[in-house]
Design a protein around this ligand. Structure first.
Ligand code: HEM
Length: 111
């Protein structure tokens, strides 16, 4: 379904417009699991780029390997207060992108 609330099913985190699945990384993050959980379903761009911790090149490479999608529209549903943070990113498959509105309302497409 196009409006599947993916973040409620698996831990996905947005960084720099890319959606990352951190399922296999939750228990391995050197910065701890709680910091990751805090950003599941949300945008961790600033945190990842120095707001919380300035990650190494190795961490950037690791992050890139976890990409599962891109965010259309560039912003998550941050203004939709009715959604819990863990459900603010929506993922749709390319073949489900029927209308142009999918590109402007923060929905995402699978890579
Ligand atoms: C989601 C993808 C993330 C990946 C792949 C990742 C990866 C890593 C890696 C490899 C390190 C080891 C140090 C380094 O190489 O830079 C690290 C450390 C750290 N990360 Fe992340 N990180 C992620 C997200 C985050 C987020 C969202 C936060 C903060 C909200 C965060 C906070 C930290 C902190 C504080 C450390 C330092 C731990 C210490 O040395 O005490 N990370 N991370």
């Amino acid at each position: 379904m196009p409006d599947q609330l993916e973040a409620s099913k698996r831990p996905i985190i947005l960084v720099s417009g890319f959606i990352h699945d951190v399922t296999t990384f939750m228990d391995e993050h050197p910065g701890g699991t709680p910091l990751l959980i805090k950003f599941v379903g949300g945008d961790a761009t600033a945190a990842f780029f120095g707001d919380v911790y300035e990650h190494s090149n190795a961490a950037h490479n690791l992050l890139a390997m976890k990409r599962v999608g891109i965010l259309h529209g560039g912003i998550p549903h941050v203004l939709d207060d009715s959604r819990p943070p863990s459900q603010r990113l929506k993922i749709v498959r390319y073949n489900e992108l029927g209308s142009s509105s999918a590109y402007s309302d923060g929905e995402a497409g699978m890579l």
